[in-house]
Design a protein around this ligand. Structure first.
Ligand code: GDP
Length: 178
């Protein structure tokens, strides 16, 4: 049997975009309606992708904004990032742009595995502020994966973390490591 591989990933984004809801949906398979700002929580989950098994450590961070100074713990030992904005909040879209820039600079401008997530897609009809093509274009400019999601939907949420694990392997291999 191949060895269990460890992956540590961070969920980042402006407050109330659905970071905790996505983490809960992924780990517990449930959507939680109430809103309590997160300090920082870590979840562990075994994930199977293809033939490989991963011990995924997921860190749900307190929300950031344009002025947040990213701590070293957001860089060192982190394999990949889920950057979340809400499709109902232009401000949250601006914030992910700043966050990506800061991460990219702190990581020495090397290629980093990122999934950009436009969450709350279920509210898009009533209150969309960020178009799908804007999210897609931004992710393309980073060389990242893009998805719109609703934390109410377990399959879509699952897909975010599966894709990130695949992307971590892809970026690793393109550097000749595995
Ligand atoms: P966080 O601060 O980014 O961790 O955001 P939360 O996960 O705490 O979510 C903030 C609020 O948005 C809560 O009331 C959630 O129930 C709600 N929420 C989160 N994700 C979604 C979603 O995909 N769709 C809808 N309709 N509400 C969501």
């Amino acid at each position: 049997m191949p060895p269990l591989r460890h992956r540590k990933v961070l969920i980042l984004g402006y407050r109330a975009v659905g970071k905790t809801s996505l983490a809960h949906q992924f780990v517990e398979g449930k959507f939680v309606e109430c809103y309590e700002p997160t300090v920082e929580s870590t979840y562990n989950k075994m994930v199977v992708v293809g033939k490989d098994e991963f011990q995924l450590q997921l860190v749900d961070t307190a929300g950031q904004d344009e002025y947040t100074v990213l701590p070293h713990s957001f860089i060192i030992g982190i394999h990949g990032y889920v950057l979340v904005y809400s499709v109902t909040s232009l401000r949250s879209f601006q914030v992910v742009k700043t966050l990506h820039k800061k991460l990219h600079e702190s990581r020495g401008k090397t290629r980093m595995p990122v999934v950009l997530v436009g969450n709350k897609a279920d509210l898009a009809l009533q209150s969309r502020e960020v178009r799908t093509d804007e999210g897609k274009k931004l992710a393309e400019s980073w060389g990242a994966i893009f998805l719109e999601s609703s934390a109410k939907e377990s399959q879509v949420t699952m897909g975010i973390f599966m894709k990130l694990i695949e992307e971590i392997d892809r970026v690793d291999n393109s550097y000749g490591r595995s």
